[in-house]
Ligand binder design. Structure first.
Ligand SMILES: NC(=O)C1=CN([C@@H]2O[C@H](COP(=O)(O)OP(=O)(O)OC[C@H]3O[C@@H](n4cnc5c(N)ncnc54)[C@H](OP(=O)(O)O)[C@@H]3O)[C@@H](O)[C@H]2O)C=CC1
Ligand SMILES: N[C@@H](CC=O)C(=O)O
Length: 397
């Protein structure tokens, strides 16, 4: 099987390396040798073993009938969308690690793939190297998935872990994550939560079979988390994690991305560093969790190459992924309930006047108090927080 890789950066170069390193195993599994014929990139790579394969015009790949499988690891919606669409229309299978593309155009690209009797797969777009899309689509097919809660961003989990354990500075640890190849080209997508937001939109879309617009999901990142919040977390023996969650309520869904303070009984409490984990609750399976490297060159490439093998084995067959373009209307998160950990510089009397009976956490930071609310409707909490005046709040499990 001759394949092409579009985008020779962190993940694209990882794909080439995985194919080189595990060639014999891959040949056995795919039923034929997998050979990279072209690498599309903006740059030349003088001295690189793939130097001779580098091309700059994607039409070279579109027009080569020998290439049947294409890997897209450029990132962003355009020009990735245009390139991928044309590859599918030229009857080439495509796999991508690009969640921005999948979240924005997933249903449409699946439809184009179906019309051309090829496949569009995107295992690496959620959870890096963790097999989750295929598991949801096949192994968990007997279940109605009532809840998915995940740590779906390696960069922020790496940062939160370093900040908690080493008291590391936000900017310094972000730079470290960028150097390790975990962060997006524009890391705003990681730290503001847009990246896990796209990922939970993709998971909710494949679970519901309809399209979830990630912009409809309430999204909070980690930029509001400070060293003082970690001091409270330590006192409470809790970890701070950026969770992306989606729950089915009747025939509707509610989804959210936000930092949480988790107690040690929570299954995601000790998922640290660049690791991701996806907790699912099925109506017949009960609870299950998938854990592994959520970002990085080789772990992510592992998931991409697994798609390449699957598509090579099924090169004459379209494998159905149920995800239509019909929009899924999400429930308003403001009508759901949460418990909150809150910091304020107001008096205990004022706190009790507004929030009633709360659990006090004091003696952590001078001239302020921390407290934990009972389960409160999100909209009600916002009103009370506004009335009291708070320094910060983090949801708590
Ligand atoms: N890094 C990670 O751990 C993970 C990343 N992903 C996703 O995988 C995708 C790739 O990420 P990553 O490898 O980190 O990104 P990189 O920026 O490291 O690599 C992207 C490569 O594509 C090239 N490129 C960009 N635009 C074009 C174009 N128009 N034509 C040809 N080549 C182009 C870039 O060239 P240049 O550098 O010159 O711009 C670069 O070499 C993204 O969608 C990302 O979200 C998914 C899971 C994990
Ligand atoms: N920037 C992303 C890369 C993988 O999807 C992350 O940190 O998780």
């Amino acid at each position: 099987m001759k394949i092409a890789v579009m985008g020779y950066g962190t993940i694209g170069s990882g794909v080439v390396e995985v194919i080189r390193r595990n060639s014999l195993k891959l040949e056995k599994k795919a039923g034929e040798e997998i050979e990279v014929k072209y690498v599309l990139d903006l740059r030349d790579f003088p001295g690189d073993p793939m130097e001779e394969c580098i091309v700059h015009d994607y039409k070279t790949i579109v027009n080569d009938d020998e290439v049947k499988v294409v890997v897209e690891t450029m990132g962003g919606v355009e020009p990735a969308y245009t390139f991928v669409k044309e590859m599918l229309e030229a009857k080439k299978h495509v796999t991508t690690s690009n969640k921005a593309l999948v979240a924005a155009k997933g249903a449409e690209l699946l439809e184009i793939a179906k019309a051309n009797n090829v496949n569009f797969q995107f295992e690496a777009s959620v959870g890096g190297g963790i097999p989750i899309i295929r598991n949801i689509n096949s192994c968990l097919t007997a279940d109605i998935l009532e809840e998915i809660t995940g740590i779906l961003n390696g960069t922020t989990n790496y940062m939160l872990t370093k900040m908690a354990n080493e008291g590391a500075d936000f900017d310094e640890v972000l730079k470290d994550a960028q150097e390790k190849g975990y962060a997006e080209k524009d890391p705003t997508a990681d730290i503001e939560g847009y990246d896990p937001c796209r990922k939970i939109a993709i998971l909710t879309s494949i679970v519901s079979g309809k399209t979830v617009d990630f912009e409809d999901i309430h999204c909070e990142g980690i930029t509001g988390i400070s060293a003082d919040d970690f001091k409270y977390a330590k006192k409470l023996n809790r970890s701070i994690k950026l969770l992306a969650s989606s729950r089915q309520i009747g025939s509707n869904y509610v989804a959210m991305v936000a930092p949480y303070m988790l107690d040690s009984n929570h299954p995601l409490y000790s998922v640290n560093d660049v690791f991701n984990a996806v907790f699912v609750r099925g109506n017949v399976l009960g609870d299950a969790m998938f854990y592994g490297s959520g970002a990085g060159s080789l772990p992510t490439a592992s998931a991409v190459v697994a798609d390449v093998v699957e598509m090579t084995k099924n090169k004459d067959k379209h494998l159905e992924i149920e995800w239509s373009g019909e929009k899924l209307q999400l429930l308003d998160y403001k009508n759901t309930e949460s418990r909150f950990f809150v910091r304020t510089d107001k008096s205990l009397e004022d706190v009790r006047k507004v929030f009633g009976n709360v659990e006090i956490v004091d003696g952590v930071i001078p001239n302020e108090i921390g407290f934990i609310t009972s389960h409160t409707k999100e909209s009600e909490f916002e009103e009370k927080a506004e009335k009291l005046g708070i320094i910060n709040r983090i949801r708590i499990n």
